[in-house]
Design a protein around this ligand. Structure first.
Ligand code: FE2
Length: 459
């Protein structure tokens, strides 16, 4: 419900309103915006994490320096007591710590509430809590519950420990004697003051705020540039597509002109083939290839001499053999263009027959690509319903009778079953249309199936 409401509110904004999925506007205003916002969000999160770690490290450094200074003072005091009074190391340290608790140090960050001095050889020498600290039991519990193992090297440990919602710095630092040899470790618990905690939080929030602000401002500046570039890219892509379609038209029409005076046959076979493909739910991309193939199916006839191509009577056997080569010639022509190459199914297979009696390879049933099987029906249907110099146009009924007779021999019977359902309507739609009217129908089909680079982006 909440999601629906948000969606309804968003729909009121112009940039969310218009667009159907797949359009350029949808890509630029919705997909691109969503992607940029997502990247901004992710980038802000990563930046926030880095800031958080950096601020914490800064805190460690400050506590570490304070602890180090404090230990140096402790060591100096211990030596003083040992020299003056000749007491044991442990007694001298004990006295030094008692004296130190009276010495002022910078307590604005926090206070040391626990000291442990651990010798490498003698184990724990000093284990001292600040009993003036009101929550010292919490620290005692933590120390008792954690079985801490001192390392044998000079490594340092610094970590924030959360106890009952309060933050402490748990710090372990190596201790060296005057000659620089490791003699043990100082372990402390440092209680952060509330003001330090607030300051830390404030620093983190402020830095995150500025980081996010910078990311958002940068995005806001870059967004129009990206949108503009995307638009230019889309315009370029559309121009390129227009040129390609123009090539398709010019090639298709060039061969149609050699065969007859009009482009109508080319237009009609393409429209019929697409309608049948839609009826059998062929994927859009395959229909795109079918359109190219339908337009260019006889492009190889460019290489057939006029005395064969335009011969009014029946071709001799050798002439027919030459005529058949238009299939290979067509395949060779389209193979030179990457964009046209997917027309090969129709160009190469439009004279194959379902029972294997076609040419050039005598392919049968499913061996013939579906685009070629679809096209074969539309090509013959249009040839029969059209008037040619050597024959009159057959009526719809006469045409369908011939087509049905060839189901299973020339044509795929399954496709014929589908074709039967749309043929009457198609006949009515196309029968008396001139070149211009057919061109308009085809234009609509091309708009529907040919995608520009930008619209075919998967998102
Ligand atoms: Fe042909």
């Amino acid at each position: 419900m909440a999601f629906k409401k948000i969606k309804m509110i968003l729909q009121k904004f112009p940039f969310m309103k218009t667009n159907k999925k797949g359009s350029l506007k949808y890509f630029v205003y919705v997909v691109l915006t969503r992607r940029i916002l997502l990247v901004t969000l992710l980038f802000s999160l990563v930046l926030s994490a880095i800031v958080h770690i950096s601020v914490n490290n800064d805190l460690y450094d400050r506590v570490f320096i304070t602890a180090h200074n404090r230990f140096e003072t402790l060591r100096a005091r211990t030596n003083e007591y040992r020299e003056k009074e000749g007491v044991s190391l442990q007694q001298a340290m004990d006295q030094a710590i008692s004296a130190l608790s009276l010495i002022q140090y910078d307590k604005s960050i926090g206070i040391f509430v626990y000291y442990q001095i651990n010798s490498l050889n003698e184990g724990t020498l000093i284990d001292r809590y600040d009993d003036n600290y009101p929550d010292i039991d919490r620290i005692k519990r933590y120390i008792a519950d954690t079985q801490f193992q001192f390392s044998k090297d000079g490594s340092t440990l610094q970590e924030i420990v959360k106890l009952d919602g309060y933050s402490y710095v748990h710090l372990v630092m190596p201790l060296y004697n005057k000659t620089g040899n490791l003699i043990g470790h100082l372990r402390t618990m440092f209680s952060l003051t509330q003001s330090t905690m607030d300051q830390l939080k404030g620093e983190v929030y402020a830095t995150i705020f500025y980081a996010v602000l910078i990311v958002i401002l940068t995005t806001a500046i870059l967004y129009p540039v990206i949108v503009n570039l995307t638009r230019k890219l889309a315009a370029f892509s559309i121009d390129l597509l227009d040129s390609n379609i123009e090539t398709l038209r010019v090639l298709g029409n060039a061969i149609a002109k050699r065969d007859s005076d009009t482009n109508s046959h080319n237009y009609r076979v393409t429209i019929i083939a697409v309608r049948l493909a839609e009826k059998v739910n062929l994927p859009s991309q395959q229909i795109e290839s079918l359109i190219k193939g339908a337009f260019l199916h006889d492009v190889g006839k460019i290489g057939i001499s006029d005395n064969i191509l335009l011969k009014p009577g029946k071709l001799t056997e050798s002439e027919f053999a030459l005529m058949k080569t238009h299939v290979e010639k067509g395949l060779e022509i389209i193979s030179r263009s990457k964009w046209l190459s997917d027309a090969k199914d129709v160009v190469g297979g439009h004279h194959e027959k379902y029972d294997g009696s076609g040419y050039p390879h005598g392919l049968r049933s499913d061996q013939i690509p579906i685009n070629a099987r679809i096209f074969a029906i539309s090509d013959v249907f249009d040839a029969l319903t059209s008037r040619r110099p050597y024959k009159k146009a057959f009526t719809f009924e006469e045409t369908m009778k011939i087509v049905m007779e060839k189901s299973g021999t020339h044509f795929d019977p399954e496709l014929i079953d589908h074709f039967k359902l749309i043929s009457a309507k198609l006949y009515q739609e196309l029968i008396n249309k001139d070149d211009e009217a057919l061109r308009k129908i085809l234009h609509g089909i091309i708009q529907k199936y040919f995608s520009t680079g930008i619209d075919s982006l998967s998102y």
